[in-house]
Design a protein around this ligand. Structure first.
Ligand code: HEC
Ligand code: HEC
Ligand code: HEC
Ligand code: HEC
Length: 412
C-alpha cells in the first residue's frame, strides 16, 4: 500500500474515534441531555443541578395527580374475570387504578368488602402514622371507625416521613418493608423502594392481619418463589398453604395477586440501570430556573421530558410504538389464557358437581388450577401490561397455560 493511503486510513480512523468520543460524551448524561434539549439551561452537569427544596413546585406537582382520574372497568373489558374470581370481592368490582389524590375516595367507594383497617395500609399517611404509633394492633381495628378519622390522600409523609424539607431524603415509613426485607433493603435503590412500599404483592398474615410482603430478598420476588412461600405457610388451624379465598363452585383454595410492579421491574432489564422515579417523575425546570422532580406520577409515554431520557440508551427508537407493541402482545395473550382459565374453572366446577371423581383426584386438579390462577394473575394485575418486563409477563402466561392444559387432561 502506498504511504498516502496509509495516512488517509489513519486520519479516517482518528476522525471516527473522535466522533464516537464526542457523541458518547454528549449523550453520556441523561439529565444533561434532556435538560439541554429543553433549550433553556446552560452547560450543566448532574453535579451542578441543585434540586429545589423549597417545596411549592413539588407540592403543586403532587396535587396534579388529581388529573389522572379515569377508571377502566376491567370486569366489563375482560368478562372472563367475573368467572375466575367467583366468590371473591374482585368479581363484584375491579377497576383500574388512578392518581394518588383519589386513594381515600376510592377505598371507601369500592363494592369489595373490607372489614378491617388494614385495607388503609396503602391509602393514607394518617394510617401509616397510626401503625407506626400503635404497632401491629392497628391492623385489626374496625375499618369504618378508623376511616372516619383519616383525612389525607398519599402525601409527603409516606416517602419522606418528616424529612421532605431535609433535601427530600427518602424515608421508608411502612414498617413491613423492613420486617420482610431486613438487611436486604439496602440492595434496592431507595427511590424504587419508596414506590415499592405499595406497588407490590402483599398479603395479610392469618393471625394478626398484618400487611406483609411474601419474600425476603430480590431473589425471592419471583412468582415461583412467592408461590412456594404461600404453599408452605402454616395456617392457624394447623393446615399448610395460604389462600385468599375458597371458591364455592370448585372448592379450590385460591390466591389473589396484587399489583407486583416492583417485583416485576426488579427482575427486568432496567433493574440495575434506572429507578421508578427515572421513568415516572420528570425532572422539570420552572420559569424561575428552579429544577425539581415533578411529583406528578405519569406514564413515561405521555411525557416528552421523560421520553427524551430514553434516547441515551435506546437511540432514535420510537419508544411509544415499541412499548405499545409489547403491551398488545401481552394483552392478547392475557385474553387467550384468561378465557382458557375460565373454561378450566367451569370444567372443574362441573366435575365437582358431577360427583364422579374422587376427592383426591379433584384435589390434583384444584392444585393445578390454583397455580394457573396465580401465574395468570401475577401478569394480569401488574399495571404496566408487559412494559416493565415483557419476558416475565410472557413467562407467567406460558406457565399458566401449561397448568391449564395439564388440569384439563386430568379432567377429560
Ligand atoms: C410516593 C413517594 C413520594 C411522595 C408521596 C413524595 N415524594 Fe418527594 N421524592 C420522592 C422521590 C422518589 C424523589 C426523588 C429522589 C431521588 O431520586 O433522588 C423525591 C424528591 C423530593 C425532593 C428533593 C428535590 C427533588 O425535586 O428531587 C423534595 C424536596 C421532595 N421530594 C419533597 C416532597 C414533598 C414536600 C412531598 C409532599 C408534598 C413529597 N416530596 C412527596 C418520592 C416522594
Ligand atoms: C402509600 C402507598 C403508595 C406509594 C408509596 C406509591 N403509590 Fe402509586 N398508587 C398507590 C395507590 C393506592 C394507587 C391507586 C389509587 C386509586 O386508584 O385510588 C396508586 C396509583 C399510582 C399510579 C396511577 C396508576 C394508573 O393506572 O393510573 C401511578 C403511575 C403510581 N401510583 C406510581 C407510583 C410511583 C412511581 C411511586 C413512587 C414514587 C408510587 N406510586 C408510590 C399507592 C402508592
Ligand atoms: C424504563 C422505564 C420504567 C421504569 C424504570 C419503571 N416504569 Fe413503570 N411504566 C413504564 C411504562 C413504559 C409503563 C406503561 C405506561 C403506559 O401504558 O402508558 C409503566 C406503567 C406503570 C404503571 C401503570 C400506570 C400507567 O400510567 O400506565 C405503574 C403503576 C408503574 N409503571 C409503576 C412503576 C414502579 C412502582 C416502578 C419501580 C418499581 C416503575 N414503574 C418503574 C416504564 C417504567
Ligand atoms: C440506562 C439505559 C436505559 C435507559 C435510559 C432506558 N432503557 Fe429501556 N432498556 C435498556 C436495556 C439495556 C434494555 C434491554 C435491551 C434488550 O435486551 O434488548 C431495555 C429494554 C427496554 C424495554 C423492553 C423491556 C422488556 O422487558 O421487553 C422497554 C419497554 C424499555 N426499555 C423502555 C424504556 C423507556 C420507556 C425508557 C425511557 C423512559 C427507557 N427504556 C430508558 C436500557 C435503558
Amino acid at each position: 500500500m502506498e504511504k498516502n493511503k496509509i495516512i488517509k486510513l489513519i486520519i479516517a480512523i482518528v476522525i471516527i474515534v473522535v466522533a464516537v468520543v464526542l457523541i458518547g460524551g454528549f449523550f453520556g448524561d441523561d439529565i444533561m441531555y434532556h435538560l439541554k434539549n429543553r433549550g433553556n439551561l446552560g452547560p450543566l452537569t448532574r453535579e451542578d443541578i441543585t434540586f429545589d427544596t423549597s417545596i411549592p413546585y413539588v407540592s403543586s406537582s403532587m396535587h396534579a395527580n388529581s388529573e389522572n382520574s379515569y377508571i377502566t372497568d376491567y370486569l366489563e373489558q375482560d368478562p372472563y374475570l367475573v368467572n375466575i374470581y367467583e366468590g371473591f370481592g374482585f368479581a363484584k368490582e375491579y377497576g383500574s387504578a388512578r392518581g394518588h389524590e383519589y386513594t381515600l375516595e376510592d377505598v371507601a367507594a369500592t363494592a369489595r368488602p373490607h372489614a378491617l383497617a388494614n385495607c388503609l395500609t396503602c391509602k393514607t399517611p394518617d394510617y401509616t402514622k397510626l401503625v407506626n404509633d400503635l404497632g401491629v394492633s392497628a391492623y385489626t381495628l374496625d375499618f369504618n371507625e378508623v376511616y372516619a378519622t383519616m383525612s389525607k390522600n398519599i402525601s409527603c409523609y409516606e416517602c419522606h416521613e418528616t424529612k421532605s424539607r431535609n433535601g427530600g431524603e427518602i424515608v421508608i415509613t411502612h414498617s413491613y418493608v423492613a420486617k420482610a426485607l431486613g438487611d436486604n433493603m439496602s440492595t434496592i435503590d431507595s427511590s424504587t423502594l419508596s414506590c415499592g412500599q405499595c406497588h407490590i404483592e402483599y398479603y395479610f398474615t392469618p393471625t394478626d392481619k398484618e400487611t406483609m410482603m411474601p419474600y425476603s430478598s430480590v431473589a425471592t420476588m419471583t412468582p415461583e418463589a412467592i408461590l412456594e412461600y404461600y404453599d408452605s405457610m402454616v395456617m392457624p388451624d394447623g393446615s399448610t398453604g395460604f389462600y385468599d379465598w375458597i371458591q364455592p363452585s370448585t372448592g379450590a383454595k385460591l390466591l389473589k395477586a396484587q399489583h407486583p410492579e416492583m417485583e416485576t421491574y426488579l427482575q427486568g432489564k432496567h433493574a440495575n440501570l434506572l429507578n421508578c422515579a427515572d421513568c415516572h417523575m420528570a425532572i422539570e425546570m420552572a420559569d424561575d430556573g428552579t429544577v425539581y422532580h415533578s411529583h406528578y406520577l405519569e406514564s413515561p409515554l405521555e411525557s416528552k421530558t421523560i421520553l427524551s431520557t430514553c434516547v441515551k440508551c435506546h437511540g432514535d427508537t420510537d419508544m411509544v410504538a415499541m412499548v405499545k407493541r409489547i403491551q398488545d402482545r401481552i394483552t392478547d395473550r392475557e385474553t387467550e389464557v384468561g378465557n382458557k382459565l375460565s373454561n378450566l374453572k367451569n370444567a372443574l366446577a362441573a366435575a365437582v358437581a358431577g360427583g364422579k371423581m374422587s376427592e383426591a383426584d379433584l384435589d390434583l386438579v384444584r392444585k393445578l388450577y390454583r397455580e394457573a390462577q396465580w401465574f395468570f394473575d401475577f401478569c394480569y394485575v401488574e399495571n404496566s401490561e408487559g412494559a416493565h418486563n415483557s419476558e416475565l409477563s410472557a413467562h407467567c402466561l406460558e406457565v399458566s397455560e401449561l397448568r391449564i392444559d395439564e388440569a384439563m387432561a386430568l379432567l377429560n
